[in-house]
Design a protein around this ligand. Structure first.
Ligand SMILES: Nc1ncnc2c1ncn2[C@@H]1O[C@H](COP(=O)(O)OP(=O)(O)O)[C@@H](O)[C@H]1O
Ligand code: SF4
Ligand SMILES: [Mg+2]
Length: 327
């Protein structure tokens, strides 16, 4: 396999929570993304997805763990190197309009990262912005206009052009299509896939909606209360989900047959969600799991590979861990 464009190892981040408690937002998260590959990251609101995105971009510092871009340490890089290394990973947020500068033209918004990095002359920056505007499906004349003149989908195209201007190796999409109507969403997803093919980009594609991730991801990581509970190739994960939480999520995806239609919200998963404030190392899904066993209250399940390229953190699938415990 080609060297990973983006690799996270053992990332942890806690925040000071209410009542002096420690809030575990991200716990021991590891993954890698190859050039041209999309890793989907899915989980309910509050499970730590955006915190993970901010750790990857080093917008916040991890308590523990490392991030590497193409084999080079980003978390260990000196401050003067961080700025240059930032070129390699860009982010696209859910609310494109508010992520753009309302006082700058669309063209200047797109080329601004070049100026901040001290790259090119003004003319070169303008030309680069024009080229990208067309590539994302807008017209060159749009460069002179201002962000508020555009629709949500068009603003997302502008944000994507800006993310591309520094020729990154990877892009993080944090709920980037979640606010769009279904038909616009499909267009933006197609654009995102086209750009990936053209530039060989690695994507971390974050969504609370499994049906959206399904359309775009090669592999999927399922996150629950700060931890990856299952990770594996998308088709295997959909065909035969391993973790009880993934199974619950999939049963909440609407299906085409109206008689079997279910609500699509992840909130459809039954039971009380645990709080990241009460987190410990035991299985975070214990409180909602229909298969809970004695060992689930005694030991933490490790994320182990149980079939080709698929790993899960659940005692149902790791008899070795069970045997060790009872040996
Ligand atoms: N800066 C912060 N200070 C305190 N708590 C935070 C901060 N950022 C996020 N959190 C908490 O961390 C948890 C994960 O949040 P977030 O990463 O935004 O989740 P998601 O993107 O999956 O909805 C939540 O409980 C949230 O309240
Ligand atoms: S480890 Fe136990 S509680 Fe957790 S998902 Fe597996 S069976 Fe359920
Ligand atoms: Mg978020």
């Amino acid at each position: 396999m080609a060297e990973a464009v983006l690799e996270a190892q053992g990332l942890r981040k806690t925040f000071a929570g209410r009542g002096g408690k420690v809030l575990r937002a991200v716990s021991d998260v590891s993954f890698s993304i190859a050039p041209g590959e999309t890793l989907g990251l899915v989980g309910e609101s509050g499970c730590g997805k955006s915190t993970l995105a901010r750790l990857v971009l080093r917008l916040i510092e991890p308590d523990e763990g490392t991030v590497h871009f193409a084999g080079r340490s980003f978390t260990g890089a000196a401050p003067d190197k961080v700025r240059r290394m930032r070129q390699q990973v860009q982010i696209v947020f859910q609310d494109a309009l508010s992520s753009l500068n309302p006082r700058m033209t669309v063209g200047t918004n797109i080329s601004e990262p070049m100026r901040l990095q001290g790259i090119g002359t003004e003319r070169e920056r303008r030309d680069a912005a024009h080229e990208l505007i067309e590539l994302v499906g807008l017209r060159r004349e749009h460069a002179q206009r201002y962000p508020h003149e555009f629709s949500g989908g068009q603003c997302q195209r502008i944000a994507i052009a800006r993310a591309l201007i520094l020729r990154p190796a990877a892009i993080v999409f944090d709920e980037a299509v979640s606010a769009l109507d279904v038909s616009i969403r499909a267009q933006i997803l197609r654009l995102i896939l086209d750009l990936q093919q053209r530039f060989g980009l690695g994507y971390l594609f974050i969504s609370h909606d499994l049906s959206v991730v399904k359309r775009i991801a090669d592999r999927i990581a399922v996150m629950y209360l700060g931890r990856i509970v299952e990770i594996g190739p998308s088709d295997a994960l959909y065909r035969a989900p391993l973790h009880p939480y993934t199974q619950a999520l999939l049963s909440a995806i609407p299906v085409p047959d109206p008689r079997r239609m279910r609500v699509s919200a992840l909130g459809a998963v039954e039971g009380e969600a645990a709080s990241p404030l009460d987190a410990n190392d035991l299985c975070p899904f214990r409180g909602r799991c229909p298969h809970r066993m004695a060992i689930c209250d005694e030991a933490p399940p490790a994320l182990v590979e149980v079939r080709e390229k698929s790993a899960v953190a659940c005692f149902l699938h790791s008899p070795v861990q069970l045997e060790e415990k009872h040996a």
